[in-house]
Ligand binder design. Structure first.
Ligand code: SF4
Ligand code: SF4
Ligand code: SF4
Length: 277
């Protein structure tokens, strides 16, 4: 029973992803979805197993395995625009494939189960940003979260304009918007990380995808909880948290609660073993 509890997270993740993989394969009659979601779920579960076995960089290994697969194979080789513009594009076309499925699973409904796990283990933007040296923000969070609504609106307006003005060769435009969009994300992401001395500044202030991610994450089944009887209020968990979450409060309204990327740095750091999933 104790062993089952210890491995609950990887079992849960592989179970969720296999259910998605098989459902999409059979309902859409496309075996790609089986391999795609089995690969992603497999990587995440192996990463969680490595974490349980205390392998250093377990999360980073998963980030690279999933992030590079999505950026290089799906994006650049298979020409699937998995960025937010691609989501709007396929949504406007009424096609429930590729980017729309990806957004539904990872960013709109999935966070009800695994919160911002996408941001901790799979995002190819954060995959690069997490190599920067500002792992633990030293300065208080700025009130700049409104920027995400501006970038969100720009992405929506961009794709709306393409349809409104009947621009041709949309598939090609989507491919190049994926290439240019990613280059911009990396440039801005690195720029704000250096400016704020915070690897995750882009995630906190600029990323338009958080408009989708945050509401469902509020209700996430998977979340870090504190055993208040054990906590001695030493503050070490807050110091190592890359997303400024007040994990010493179990309320869903805790400070920056919808920002947790399930990196487990706080759990590892707690001297009283007061934190757990
Ligand atoms: S907030 Fe955006 S850039 Fe950051 S990890 Fe999540 S999806 Fe990626
Ligand atoms: S340190 Fe803890 S609270 Fe902060 S993002 Fe990681 S798992 Fe979440
Ligand atoms: S590190 Fe542990 S003991 Fe210290 S404040 Fe956080 S939960 Fe409490």
């Amino acid at each position: 029973m104790k062993t089952l509890k210890k491995y609950a997270a990887p079992i849960f993740m592989i179970g969720v992803f296999e259910a998605i993989a098989i459902t999409l394969w059979l309902t859409l009659n496309n075996v790609f979805y089986f391999f795609n979601f089995t690969y992603i779920g497999g990587c995440i579960s192996i990463g969680l197993l490595l974490y349980i076995k205390k392998v250093k960089y377990a999360r980073r290994i998963v980030q690279l395995a999933v992030g590079l697969y999505m950026l290089v194979y799906l994006g650049l080789i298979s020409n699937e625009n998995m960025q937010i513009e691609g989501f709007w594009y396929y949504l406007f076309l009424g096609i429930f494939e590729a980017a729309t499925i990806h957004y539904a699973v990872a960013k709109i409904f999935g966070p009800l189960l695994f919160g911002r796990g996408w941001c901790g283990y799979a995002c190819w933007t954060a995959m690069v940003l997490d190599f920067l040296p500002y792992k633990h923000p030293k300065v208080p969070r700025r009130k700049l979260g409104f920027i995400r609504y501006i970038t969100f609106s720009i992405s929506l307006l961009f794709v709306t304009a393409l349809f409104f003005f009947h621009v041709g060769n949309l598939e090609r435009i989507m491919f190049w918007s994926f290439v240019i969009g990613n280059a911009l994300y990396y440039a801005v992401g690195i720029g704000v990380a250096v400016a704020f001395k915070d690897n995750r500044a882009f995630c906190k202030y600029v990323c338009p995808i958080t408009v989708f991610l945050k509401p469902a994450s509020y209700y996430s089944l998977m979340r870090v909880k504190v055993d208040t009887d054990k906590c001695v209020s030493c503050g070490k968990c807050k110091k190592v948290c890359p997303m400024d979450v007040d994990v010493t409060n179990n309320s869903r309204k805790r400070i920056n609660g919808t920002e947790c990327i399930l990196c487990f740095e706080c759990i590892d750091e707690c001297p009283k073993k007061a934190l757990h999933l």
